[in-house]
Ligand binder design. Structure first.
Ligand SMILES: Cc1cc2nc3c(=O)[nH]c(=O)nc-3n(C[C@H](O)[C@H](O)[C@H](O)COP(=O)(O)OP(=O)(O)OC[C@H]3O[C@@H](n4cnc5c(N)ncnc54)[C@H](O)[C@@H]3O)c2cc1C
Length: 318
């Protein structure tokens, strides 16, 4: 991708309507916290085909814009497989919808020079927010590669982005602990604190289904480790039973036995599963907000229906 030379932040207002400014996400949290409102964000992945682009930009985004999320985020293929596409999608959302959009970035199998180039391109496009991640090992069971001068853990990426300046930085947190951490939950959560200490402004969590996992994690970070940045739960509305079984297995999240049994009772009735998924996620979100969560990060899988329905169901609470 050719970097743009002029920041999109400088774009002029058109047809008499001033476009909403693209903001640092830390400022969005601060403003919402001051007014007692939750920050609602929605995550996409970069589509792989022109048809996927069409669905995202012609159907999913217009439907979501109707419920006004505070920001969007766009995932990044570990090792750089979606590098240009992540930036292109984030840039296009910001230009066409004037809504703050965060680009994800992983540091595995990437040189420091490539990371700095990505950040420079992002900055030139007016992307002001980066989710700093390590990335997952390849699915073929291969090892994570660390390039000469590259990074092994995401706290090093956070430090690098902070040193470049001019970004608000998000980081990933794991209420049930990261799947590869064998030293216990609290060790993993202490490592999350290290990312915050290096400059992360907010935490977005991995999906989970038992809210007690989130509250225990949040309370340990806040009360024991003294964390002061927003710790936002990531919520995945269940759309399909086989898919959720696969996702939870890959990321190490628990699919509680009673929830699994309910899903299995729907058998092949895909519509009933999706309807139940929206209802379950709505109740989960209500309880999270009632328990003091600063916002909700909805994993949309590029589909509008579940995320918009949940935001509408929450009504004034969202
Ligand atoms: C909200 C969210 C969005 C995500 N988006 C993407 C995406 O766009 N693309 C993608 O590829 N993946 C994405 N992921 C997945 C993420 O990349 C993986 O879960 C990855 O395995 C861990 O990333 P991390 O940044 O938490 O890694 P780290 O913070 O580096 O932690 C990884 C592991 O290393 C351990 N560790 C950390 N520091 C140390 C240390 N100093 N010494 C020893 N061990 C240590 C941790 O305990 C953990 O087990 C996302 C996850 C979340 C929650």
């Amino acid at each position: 991708m050719t970097p743009t030379t002029r920041s999109r932040l400088d774009r002029p207002a058109t047809a008499g309507t001033a476009p909403a400014p693209i903001r640092f996400i830390r400022d969005i949290y601060a403003e919402k916290q001051a007014s007692g409102r939750p920050v609602i964000s929605v995550e996409f992945f970069p589509p792989k085909t022109p048809k996927g682009d069409e669905t995202l930009f012609d159907r999913t985004l217009p439907a979501l814009q109707a419920v006004s999320p505070d920001f969007y985020s766009v995932t990044y293929g570990a090792g750089g497989s979606t590098r240009d596409k992540t930036l292109a999608v984030a840039d296009r959302i910001q230009r066409e919808h004037h809504t703050t959009t965060m680009a994800h970035l992983t540091c595995v199998s990437t040189s420091k020079a490539d990371i700095e180039r990505y950040l420079q391109e992002a900055r030139d496009m007016g992307i002001r927010n980066i989710l700093a991640l390590r990335g997952d090992p390849p699915q073929d069971g291969g090892e994570l590669a660390r390039l000469e001068g590259g990074f092994e853990y995401s706290y090093q990426l956070v430090r690098c982005i902070k040193a470049m300046g001019d970004f608000s930085i998000g980081t990933a947190g794991f209420p049930e602990s990261h799947i590869a951490c064998k030293e216990g939950k609290q060790v993993d959560w202490q490592r999350l604190k290290a990312k915050i200490d290096r400059g992360a402004d907010f935490v977005l969590t991995q999906l989970f289904f038992d809210n007690d996992d989130y509250f225990t994690f949040r309370d340990y970070l806040v009360e024991t480790l003294g964390v002061r940045v927003p710790i936002t739960p990531g919520v995945l509305p269940i759309l399909n039973t086989q898919q959720i079984e696969r996702f939870t297995e890959v990321c190490g999240a628990t699919l509680p036995t009673d929830l699994r049994a309910k899903l299995e009772a729907y058998g092949d009735d895909a519509d009933a599963v999706a309807e139940f998924g929206i209802e379950f996620a709505t109740r989960q979100c209500e309880a999270l907000l009632a328990g003091g969560a600063p916002g909700l990060h909805l994993y949309s899988l590029n589909k509008a229906h579940a995320a918009t329905q949940i935001i509408q169901n929450l009504g004034p609470r969202a």
